[in-house]
Design a protein around this ligand. Structure first.
Ligand SMILES: [Zn+2]
Length: 171
């Protein structure tokens, strides 16, 4: 069964239980997560087999599209009918970012064909919040997203503020 940021029952009925309402109020999830979860619950009724192993982690509004961070998201990419169905439900084009077992592997995959040179953790005063400074090497134009969107998606993946630096291949 497809797993979404809200519980299955809430995704199906569209009415949020106490627990999910609280998650929303505490900003652990967003209204967009709720809307996307409902779209997935509907899609699952039509495509139960294809979506059974999909785990939807988070969603993010990126200019004119909605970025979805998902495990086994390939199931959606491989099937244009599912992608179209979800896009028509949320009335926006979607981009799927594949979530791997850990953040490092998710980054490696997502940044490709750019290489990760290093990832530094910067502690920002006064609270000591962690910001990531990610240094990448390669041809930025070869990536499917522009730099600012790469940064936004990196923030979606890590849940931290992200700064990105690009080194050219020659450096
Ligand atoms: Zn719920």
């Amino acid at each position: 069964m497809v797993v979404t940021p809200i519980c299955n029952f809430c995704a199906k009925t569209g009415v949020l239980c106490k627990k999910c309402k609280q998650k929303l109020r505490k900003n652990k999830i967003t209204q967009l997560d709720v809307d996307v979860s409902k779209a997935f619950a509907k899609a699952e009724q039509r495509f139960p087999k294809q979506l059974q192993s999909v785990i939807l982690d988070r969603s993010h509004n990126l200019n004119n599209s909605i970025v979805l961070l998902a495990q086994n998201g390939k199931a959606i990419l491989d099937n244009p009918a599912i992608k179209e169905f979800i896009e028509s439900e949320i009335r926006n084009p979607i981009e799927i970012i594949e979530r791997k077992a850990d953040t490092r592997r998710t980054f490696t995959d997502f940044f490709s064909p750019l290489d990760i040179v290093e990832i530094d953790q910067i502690f920002v005063p006064p609270e000591g919040d962690v910001e990531l400074k990610i240094t990448l090497r390669g041809n930025l134009e070869a990536h499917r997203f522009p730099l600012d969107q790469i940064r936004q998606i990196a923030e979606l993946i890590s849940k931290n503020p992200v700064r990105i630096e690009i080194k050219n291949l020659m450096e």
